[in-house]
Design a protein around this ligand. Structure first.
Ligand SMILES: [Ca+2]
Length: 294
């Protein structure tokens, strides 16, 4: 009898239901947030990839040194950026500047994301966290190797819109030919090879790692050039940050670019592009997605 009562309590507890659908690809994890809302995560297979960007890639920065990475364990990653209605269902507030239920939650700091994850873990079987930078890039590449974008090499300005970015000369004029001038509802553009939406553009996504610009390079590793060919195993980033602006801010990695990224200015919707932000600062073009360890 006690067992039945405990099961009933568990059944009505928000966030208590985790369903793993294993009958079809891609495998999806659904987490019930209440109010008929699910957090959806896609299973990303373990594997090996080349992280960073070739030196001849347009817009490439010198912090993107090519190196090999092995991710030995599969993981679930948010199918799309955490939305405002999802955030509100769990946290009871909505910090976003540009309001809309299906828009990604924005203005969240890295620390805010930790609070969201802490609550998610407390109310489920646990296993939630932010992706490492390596996991993020591996998943965002969707199985493609050494391509500039999450969809391949085609220009984002040809054919159907592929991501919510800035069209026209930044910062003077955004032609909004992708349909949106600010954030776009998640899943407005095609998914990548792993079934993930909006890894390019829309909002920057927080990663777990500390940021330092030389994190991929020999300068940081202090090894000879062959070291770049030896795959790093499940890298978690540097032990401490270096703020490239010299402000000694506690900077964390951000990836993916946002609706403010243009071709004439920064090309930051490239899949290898690395960005950073102080962990206590949230902006109107910054959000996140979660990892779930199986
Ligand atoms: Ca846009």
């Amino acid at each position: 009898m006690k067992l039945i009562r405990n099961e009933c309590v568990a059944a009505i507890f928000l966030l208590s239901i985790l369903e793993l659908t294993q009958s079809s690809e891609p495998k999806i994890a659904l987490v019930n947030l209440g109010k008929n809302l699910n957090l959806e995560l896609v299973l990303i297979p373990s594997g090996k990839f080349t992280m960073g960007s070739p030196e001849d890639e347009k817009g490439r920065s010198n912090n993107e040194t090519l190196h090999e990475v092995t991710l030995s364990k599969s993981f679930y990653l948010g199918k799309y950026e955490v939305t405002q209605e999802q955030w509100e269902a769990l946290m009871g507030n909505n910090p976003s500047s540009n309001k809309g239920a299906k828009l990604p939650v924005t203005d969240v700091t890295w620390n805010d994301c930790q609070e969201f994850i802490k609550k998610l873990n407390a109310n489920t079987k646990g296993g939630y966290r932010l992706p490492t930078e390596a996991e993020w890039e591996y998943a965002a590449r969707g199985g493609l190797e050494r391509q500039p974008y999450s969809w391949g090499s085609e220009s984002p300005f040809e054919g159907k819109p592929r991501a919510n970015i800035w069209q026209g000369p930044f910062p003077n004029r955004d032609d909004k030919t992708d349909g949106f001038g600010g954030t776009a509802p998640v899943k407005s553009y095609p998914a990548n090879g792993y079934g993930l939406y909006d890894v390019s553009g829309n909002v920057w996504e927080w990663c777990a790692d500390w940021y330092r610009p030389d994190a991929y390079s020999l300068l940081y590793r202090g090894l000879d050039s062959d070291a770049l060919k030896i795959p790093l195993l499940n890298p978690k980033g540097p032990a401490s940050p270096i703020d490239p602006h010299g402000n000694e801010a506690k900077v964390r990695v951000q990836r993916g670019g946002s609706f403010l990224c243009s071709s004439n200015y920064c090309v930051r919707y490239r899949v290898g592009l690395r960005m950073h932000g102080a962990e206590d600062t949230g902006l109107s073009h910054t959000g996140f997605r979660c990892v779930l360890d199986p």
